[in-house]
Ligand binder design. Structure first.
Ligand SMILES: *Cc1c(COP(=O)(O)O)cnc(C)c1O
Length: 459
């Protein structure tokens, strides 16, 4: 049982012992953490009792909101029944089998098999191992290279961080590992100005074909991408991008991998982002929303093209995790997916909440600080600019995004800053009234940021 302490006591113990992910330890110890103590529905309370509207669903994962009894009951029941057993030695557990079955029901038709991991990063490690195994079995072992994009996020293990295109991550620990190369991202605001979005989408997809030709198609195993780049700043690709990527992968026989860790389970208004953007992957990585973050679980949906070879040819796949198919995690995922089905959350995002958020974003696009407002389903980005007419951005060293994020925290809203791009991915259970409340808070915080920027002479 966790003790009750004052915020200062929590902060002191935190700074003394707890190394946080993606954190400058020294500077955090000076500033002190905000301690999040409790959650209900779309709201959180910190250790001082301040209420926050969580427009980030934790970390893109608490899609059904906090405090759902269905998930709590499923975990409690399974903990009593069988808290753990593995699937290594000709064994399996009922929740893992049932979840495998249910996942194939909600996935596109080419997926009839799943491989479980404990997280999205591990799922992408499995992807690397599996695509290379596939080409090996087909007698083309020289097909090893995976192509990814700059500013992609695929996790933080050695393979995940290598697949990702974050230069700061590559700079530490000697990444990327061999056999992973990157092309430029389909980010119109950064790379496509002066072209229509549609023309830019075709051009950006063309960078994949150029890279394949440069490397030699007989060396390329797969292309991987997030349908919408999440951690990179909610970069919604032009509608032309993914169909063209599909065409290129088909042309060269290259496997197509969709990292659905954020987009999966309804975020974009379909069960999976590949359905929203019109492509047909051979593998899909999932995590986060599969359990709404209540407990860690990840994995890879394995399409028939690959499953037929892996299963058909036989031979052991020398790969797996202790927690592959963890029964408690699988029981929570089952309850979570059944809740999403029962309450028609995916349809709700597609037909009601997504379009309603888009209306608010069109209005926010008129704000003097906003150069681009993009949303799809319940994920969105507001690009802060210095000059609305030209789209000129602020000097990054001014950290305007962090300034805005500070105003959000101070005014009861959790919104994330990726540079000067403010991003949201709120729970899929929001009401229209809660979207109004969130949009009102966003506007207020943009106004406060504008006042600061004027006051400091940055405009
Ligand atoms: C979060 C994320 C991952 C990594 O998942 P972890 O569970 O943190 O390992 C991978 N891919 C994408 C697209 C993500 O957003």
């Amino acid at each position: 049982m966790t003790q009750t302490r004052t915020t200062e006591e929590w902060q002191a113990a935190d700074a003394a012992h707890y190394l946080h992910p993606f954190t400058d330890f020294k500077s955090l110890a000076q500033k002190g953490s905000r301690v999040i103590a409790r959650g209900d529905n779309i709201y959180l309370w910190d250790s001082d009792g301040a209420k926050l509207l969580d427009a980030m669903s934790g970390l893109w994962c608490v899609n059904v909101g906090y405090g759902r009894q269905e998930l709590i009951a499923a975990a409690t029941h399974q903990l009593k029944e069988l808290p753990f057993y593995n699937s290594f030695f000709q064994t399996a557990t009922p929740p893992a089998i049932e979840l495998a079955e249910l996942l194939t029901e909600v996935s596109p038709p080419q997926f009839k098999h799943v491989f479980f991991s404990g997280s999205g990063s591990e799922g992408n490690d499995t992807v690397v191992r599996m695509v290379r195994r596939y080409w090996d079995l087909l007698g083309q072992p020289e097909r090893t290279i995976l192509i990814s994009r700059n500013n992609a996020y695929h996790g933080s293990t050695m393979a995940g961080a290598s697949l990702g295109g974050m230069s700061g991550m590559h700079a530490q620990g000697g990444l990327p590992i061999p056999g992973i190369v990157h092309i430029e991202q389909p980010f119109w605001f950064e790379h496509g100005k002066g072209m229509t979005r549609e023309a830019f989408g075709l051009k950006a997809a063309g960078w994949l074909e150029e890279k394949i030709v440069e490397l030699g198609a007989d060396k390329v195993a797969a292309f991987i991408g997030e349908p919408v780049q999440g951690a990179g700043g909610v970069i919604v690709p032009p509608s032309t991008y993914w169909p063209e990527i599909q065409r290129i992968c088909d042309k060269y026989g290259i496997l197509l991998v969709s990292d659905e860790v954020i987009c999966g389970f309804g975020r974009t208004g379909q069960w999976f982002g590949c359905e929203t953007f019109g492509f047909r992957p051979d593998l899909m990585t999932f995590a986060k929303g599969v359990t709404s973050g209540y407990i860690p679980l990840g994995g890879v949906m394995v399409g028939d093209r690959i499953a037929d070879v892996l299963i058909g040819q036989g031979g052991e796949f020398n790969h797996g995790y202790t927690y592959s198919g963890h029964p408690v995690a699988c029981a929570v995922a089952l309850a979570n997916i059944r809740l999403i089905q029962r309450d028609h959350l995916v349809e709700g995002v597609r037909n009601d909440l997504g379009p309603y958020l888009a209306e608010h974003f069109s209005a926010l696009a008129e704000h003097p600080l906003i150069g681009e407002a993009q949303s799809v389903g319940l994920m969105g980005a507001l690009q802060i600019v210095r000059d609305k007419a030209t789209g000129q951005t602020f000097d990054p060293s001014l950290e305007v995004g962090m300034l805005c994020r500070g105003h959000c925290f101070g005014n009861g809203l959790i919104m994330r800053a990726v540079g000067d791009r403010m991003i949201i991915a709120p729970p899929l259970v929001m009401t229209r009234a809660q979207i109004d409340e969130m949009a009102g808070l966003i506007r207020k915080c943009l106004d406060l940021t504008l006042v600061d920027a004027c006051g400091r002479g940055w405009l």
